[in-house]
Design a protein around this ligand. Structure first.
Ligand code: SF4
Ligand code: SF4
Ligand code: SF4
Ligand code: FES
Length: 986
């Protein structure tokens, strides 16, 4: 600690702490407009001037040094602050009472008040630009823009989409998109970072405009009139009186605008934020305090909430009668569900019934679903969609390190010297995690290796991009491991101290010579050696992987090979290291954690362990089934075989997202009784006998667990639409109709029960998760959690990790003469999965209306295809009709099809082959024949899609260019006081 004199009081500070942080910590109130703790010093506004040992300096960019004397209120400092803010007001019209940003958190308004500004010395000067309304979600008003550059800093260095800049050299600077495009035609991905950090109303969510204030919905002409009146009285009354009026209006808003914390419903990053609402209207999503995301979101979390108030929502239970659905009361529907499940159980046994939980639902709901299966129906036939993506990664980690979850946190990915991404389109599938890697790579010298079939955004940014033959990651990973061991580059000390099984593992690597790897992967030996040396030289390495690895017939083994490589290089147990299988759905981690798996009770406790069973039997007061049930792949087989007769499925679009969709649909047709619980009439509902309307995340309470094992609470934003119910209540009603006698009044009671039965969650309760608090499992009974796993030992009885030998078998469904092209598939940034939720947001539809198949330029030329050409893709299992998009993101004879379609789902083409360890479908192993149809339409991606934009990467806001302007002088400089310009970065 160092000591400084702050306004006459001696304060202790961290060495290198920014002055502004010290001042705020000490309860001081220096103005600061451009500074934002999550952006670091931007240094554009000059309002934070303080006097340090007689010189003026910016508090936001000055680091504390022992013995400093700082005055925030000296005459010189105060004059400079006012002068700086005066310049800001020359760029901004103060019309707070009729401004949608007058909500108590407007930095410009608050600074006007803090500095007690009564009159402007520099008059407002309009900028010669139109308001830009071309983005569907937000608008930019140059006249209100104070040129603070927060938005630029956020876009360039936090989101790292590198769209924004300020033309500092222009006589009339403004914020530019792609150097001067309309926003709607630019590379802007609508992540909303810029809007979130804008300190005034220059950038605003369109959903706020005309809705937030009491007077803001007035016609533009009336508003202009009112603004003129305000301006007219200002010379006489001063701003003080005017601000009092606006503050009265702001206080009235407090009563009608609700701000409720929730957790994103889309991907596994686990972004959390406040939802601002007025009645059922979503005013905006306000991220700030989320432990995983801070100010960050992607387009889905920030703007993709059209599904909540969609007219398509199911609002009444439906019962199939004579081949048609009719509306029914809850009483009738639940009664029918219970009666039919009982009848089928009585006739064919409990194992003729299966349940599928949802990874969109809460932990508590997943827990109740498996409890319903086991404790009420009496079967272990329960699963969730992690079978489709995550189970192989979980197995790889169970085999080697003991816990089936990310070994650290997102902050560890930021800290790593080297990040290796394998089979993950991180920038689109886990956008906020990608921002952290992009930022560390751009600003902090982090190295990046990407292995993928497609040249996705991360691949384009990588220091080394590997494009191995499809399905051969296991080979190059093992070859790298062998090379490191053979050349003395492995971490011997770590291996000796912490790892078992080295000899057997070494033996298993015999096959994986550089020559074999070259032949099978198509990568050169030199490239593989380069990878090995980059890994050996990195002090800390994280490996991130996703469905490009796990959705292969050797997904478990490849995940194991990844963890083996981390072990031999000692990349566990320290910050900045570890294994990160990126979980797809918001709660796919939690759905498995809470026991919706055929072989495990909550907390990964085996169903065939008598001790475990006894604990649950005592807690639940029932006898439990003793043998492993069917997973969802086996359920489909069992239906075809006539063994499985009834299914209760919640929140899963299984008829489209399971592999070999035609086969799955045919199975559903054979079910004697099928219950589907969802918020929309999904494609899967078409096969149902009873449809129950559930509630989306904003209409219920509960917890989600994100990819970093982070358990977070979501609070109820809206009452469920009339006719719908939170899923946990529906499951409870079904259980009680079957005689269970449950009486949960709130999800917190369910969590208390989970904690009492599950060592991994012993210390979890709602109090410890209140607000933005979170816990990363395992959580000890005193509430201690583990953001970084294995800091003291690995999760095996002897505390040591285990190298697990794997061998190479080779992919299924290989191309041949007839099916000559390899088809890859995955997610798109804008749509989540098949799009049942995201297509309900108009702006997303406008930017990304449809699916497509990506075709390489060389294949397009060979087959006479252009973007927009309709083609038919035919596999051994089905066919789809889709438009082509010609792009160099894919190479040669490899195609890519995003999964965002219900009409042409890619899974009509995929097979029933699986990873034998987990039964995860080998989605990524598909071969197709491409038939060019004699029909050319528009490009499936409209020109307004950000992929057609031209980003303008730069170091940040580049304030130095502002300082070089002839008309710029630091405030307070007129009296010859030298300004200390510290050019600190972060
Ligand atoms: S990508 Fe677009 S929305 Fe995101 S920060 Fe940049 S300009 Fe703003
Ligand atoms: S638009 Fe950007 S530069 Fe303008 S006020 Fe908002 S954050 Fe600052
Ligand atoms: S979809 Fe994922 S990255 Fe985007 S806001 Fe939601 S949790 Fe964050
Ligand atoms: S807060 Fe803007 S320059 Fe310091």
């Amino acid at each position: 600690m160092v000591k400084v004199n702050l306004d006459g009081v001696i304060r202790e500070a961290q060495p290198d702490e920014l002055l502004i942080d010290l001042i705020k910590r000490a309860g001081g109130s220096v103005p600061h407009v451009c500074y934002h703790p999550q952006l670091g010093p931007v240094q554009t506004c000059d309002t934070c001037m303080v006097e340090e040992n007689g010189r003026l300096t910016r508090a936001c960019a000055t680091k504390v040094v022992d013995g400093m004397t700082i005055s925030t209120k000296s005459v010189k400092a105060s004059a400079a602050q006012v002068e700086a803010f005066d310049r800001i007001l020359s760029n901004h019209l103060l019309y707070c009472t009729v401004c949608d940003n007058n909500n108590g958190n407007c930095t410009v308004h608050n600074t006007t008040k803090l500095l007690a500004i009564e009159h402007q010395r520099i008059p407002f000067r309009s900028k010669p630009y139109e308001v830009d309304n071309t983005n569907p979600f937000y608008r930019y008003d140059p006249d209100q823009c104070i040129l603070c550059g927060r938005c630029v800093e956020a876009c360039q260095n936090i989101e790292v989409n590198e769209t924004l800049s300020i033309n500092w050299e222009d006589p009339n600077p403004r914020v530019l998109w792609d150097g001067g495009s309309p926003i709607g035609d630019s590379s802007c991905v609508s992540c909303g970072h810029c809007v979130t950090v804008c300190p005034c109303n220059a950038l605003m969510e369109k959903s706020m405009l005309g809705h937030a204030g009491f007077l803001t919905s007035l016609k533009k002409s009336a508003l202009s009139g009112m603004i003129d009146v305000v301006k007219g009285v200002e010379p006489e009354t001063g701003y003080g009186a005017i601000l009092q009026v606006s503050e009265a209006e702001e206080a009235m808003r407090e009563h009608r605008i609700r701000k409720t914390k929730t957790v994103c419903t889309y991907c596994g990053v686990g972004c959390s934020f406040d939802v601002w609402t007025k009645d059922r209207h979503i005013l905006k999503i306000a991220p700030e305090h989320g432990p995983a995301n801070g100010i960050s979101t992607c387009v889905k979390g920030k703007f993709g909430w059209g599904h909540i108030n969609s007219e398509d929502r199911l609002t009444t239970p439906l019962i199939r009668e004579d081949g048609k659905f009719r509306g029914a009361s809850w009483k009738e529907a639940i009664g029918l569900v219970a009666r039919r499940l009982s009848e089928i159980k009585a006739k064919d046994g409990a194992d003729s019934v299966a349940l599928i939980s949802s990874s969109k639902c809460t932990n508590e709901e997943s827990y109740l679903m498996q409890k319903l299966a086991r404790a009420v129906i009496g079967t272990n036939n329960v699963d969730n969609c992690s079978r489709y993506c995550q189970s192989p990664a979980t197995v790889g980690l169970f085999r080697t390190v003991g816990y089936g979850g990310d070994s650290g946190s997102i902050s560890d990915m930021e800290k790593a010297d080297l990040v290796v991404i394998i089979g993950s389109n991180t920038a689109e599938s886990h956008p906020v995690i990608a921002t952290r890697v992009k930022s560390s790579h751009k600003l902090d010298g982090q190295k990046l290796i990407v292995s993928d079939l497609r040249e996705n955004e991360m691949a384009r940014r990588a220091d080394l991009f590997l494009h191995p033959n499809p399905g051969t990651d296991l080979i190059w990973l093992s070859a790298v491991s062998r090379y490191l061991l053979d050349n003395g580059l492995a971490h011997r000390k770590f291996l000796d101290q912490w790892v078992n099984g080295l000899d057997q593992y070494r033996k298993s690597l015999e096959f994986f010579t550089l020559e074999a790897a070259e032949r099978l992967t198509g990568l050169s030996g030199r490239t593989i050696r380069t990878v090995a040396h980059m890994i050996a030289e990195a002090k800390n390495m994280c490996i991130l992987w996703a469905m490009g690895v796990t959705q292969q017939s050797q997904g478990s083994d490849t995940s194991t090979a990844i963890s083996n490589l981390l072990l031999i290089t000692g990349n566990y147990m320290r910050p900045g290291t570890g294994a990160y299988p990126l979980r797809g759905h918001n709660n796919v981690q939690g759905a498995s954690d809470h026991g919706s798996m055929p072989n495990m009770l909550p907390g990964y406790q085996l169903v065939d362990d008598p001790e475990v069973r006894l604990r649950f039997e005592t807690g639940w007061k029932v006898k439990l089934p003793t043998t492993k049930g069917l997973d969802n792949h086996q359920m489909v087989e069992a239906i075809h075989e006539g063994k499985l007769k009834a299914m209760y499925l919640i929140g899963e679009e299984m008829s489209i997202v399971d592999s070999n969709a035609n086969y799955v649909g045919a199975a559903f047709e054979k079910l004697d009784f099928f219950v589907v619980q969802d918020i929309f009439f999904s494609n899967t509902c078409r096969y149902a006998d009873v449809v129950l309307p559930g509630a989306p995340s904003l209409e219920k309470e509960g917890t989600f667990t994100s990819t970093e094992r982070r358990i977070q609470r979501l609070y109820q934003v809206f009452e469920p639409l009339i006719g719908c119910q939170p899923d946990w209540k529906i499951i409870q009603d079904v259980a009680n109709q079957l005689g269970a006698g449950w009486n949960y009044q709130h999800p917190s009671e369910i969590m208390d029960e989970i904690a009492s039965l599950t060592p991994m969650f012993n210390g979890v309760n709602y109090e410890r998760l209140a607000g933005y608090k979170s816990l990363q499992w395992p959580v000890a009974s005193d509430g201690t959690d583990e953001p970084l796993l294995y800091t003291k030992r690995f999760a095996f009885p002897d505390g040591k990790a285990r190298l697990f030998p794997v061998s190479w078998i080779g992919p299924t469904d290989q191309p041949n003469r007839e099916f000559d092209l390899h088809l890859n598939n995955g997610r798109l940034l804008e749509h989540f999965h098949e799009g049942n939720l995201t297509y309900r947001t108009e702006g997303i539809r406008e930017k990304t209306p449809d699916t497509f198949v990506e075709v390489s330029p060389e294949l397009a030329e060979e087959r006479g295809i252009q973007s927009g050409t309709w083609v038919q893709l035919i596999s051994r299992y089905g066919k789809v009709r889709v438009r082509a998009l010609v792009t160099d993101r894919v190479h040669g004879t490899e195609l890519y099809m995003p999964m965002n379609s219900v009409e042409s789902p890619v899974n009509r083409l995929t097979s029933s082959h699986t990873d034998p360890v987990t039964n995860t479908p080998a989605y990524k192993e598909a071969s197709v024949h491409l038939k060019v149809l004699n029909e050319v339409g528009d490009s499936p991606l409209p020109r307004v899609n950000p992929r057609f934009g031209h980003p303008t990467p730069q170091g940040g806001v580049e304030v130095e260019r502002k300082w070089k302007r002839a008309d710029y002088a630091p405030p307070g400089n007129r009296n010859g006081n030298g300004l200390v310009q510290l050019q600190t970065k972060k």
